[in-house]
Design a protein around this ligand. Structure first.
Ligand SMILES: Nc1ncnc2c1ncn2[C@@H]1O[C@H](COP(=O)(O)OP(=O)(O)OP(=O)(O)O)[C@@H](O)[C@H]1O
Length: 183
């Protein structure tokens, strides 16, 4: 099984990579879904606070790579030859995926702070209304989980500073090459 991981700062374009993968018929496993499943299993309402609390408890009980470990069976259950995993936040998680899946490739998405801030404002999701300071805080929180070190581990980097069409074309070509899929 080939597993492709995606890592990038907030609003760098990870969701667009997942969309391209789905278009190509590659199943996408979102690590946050594994957390939500645990929240449901604990009989708790699916709030942001409960997800954060359960994720924190999982890390305290099982270690920094806890979410990767609970995601592995979900990836395997797809039974697909190529799977994309979205939601990697730290280098411990990368190490766990690499150890478990010999054919693991990590794609890093790189976008500047200014570009990400502009795109967040344009995306307009309910949790997207951030000030510059708030995006800095979100960046710092993610870097605190080892996101910077995870990005350093990437096997290939894609810069997302141009148009969406340019980005998705580059992503599509890369996913086809990595997944052994004809374009
Ligand atoms: N090259 C681009 N040109 C224009 N818009 C883009 C480009 N890349 C991404 N976007 C848009 O920017 C926004 C942020 O991208 P996306 O949601 O894929 O980021 P993300 O990394 O998944 O974010 P998060 O960390 O919040 O999950 C989206 O609205 C997306 O459509």
């Amino acid at each position: 099984m080939k597993v492709i991981g995606i890592v990038g700062m907030p609003a760098s374009g990870k969701g667009e990579v997942s969309r391209v993968a789905r278009d190509l018929g590659i199943p996408v496993v979102v690590m946050g879904d594994a957390i939500r499943e645990q929240v449901r299993a604990a009989g708790l309402p699916l709030t942001d606070a409960n997800c954060g609390a359960i994720a924190g408890k999982l890390r305290a009980d099982l270690g920094m790579d806890a979410i990767a470990r609970i995601t592995i069976p979900i990836i395997e259950e797809t039974g697909a030859p190529v799977v994309l995993v979205d939601g990697i936040r730290g280098d411990y998680e990368v190490a766990t995926f690499k150890e478990h899946f010999p054919e693991f490739t990590l794609i890093g998405i790189v976008s500047s702070f200014e570009t990400r801030y502009r795109r967040l404002a344009e995306r307009g999701r309910s949790d997207d209304f951030l000030t510059v300071e708030e995006l800095h805080l979100r960046d710092e929180r993610e870097l605190g989980w080892g996101l910077g070190r995870a990005l350093e581990e990437a096997d290939c980097l894609i810069t997302n500073e141009g148009t969406l069409e340019e980005f998705t074309a580059e992503v599509r070509a890369l996913l086809c090459r990595l997944g052994g899929i004809g374009e």
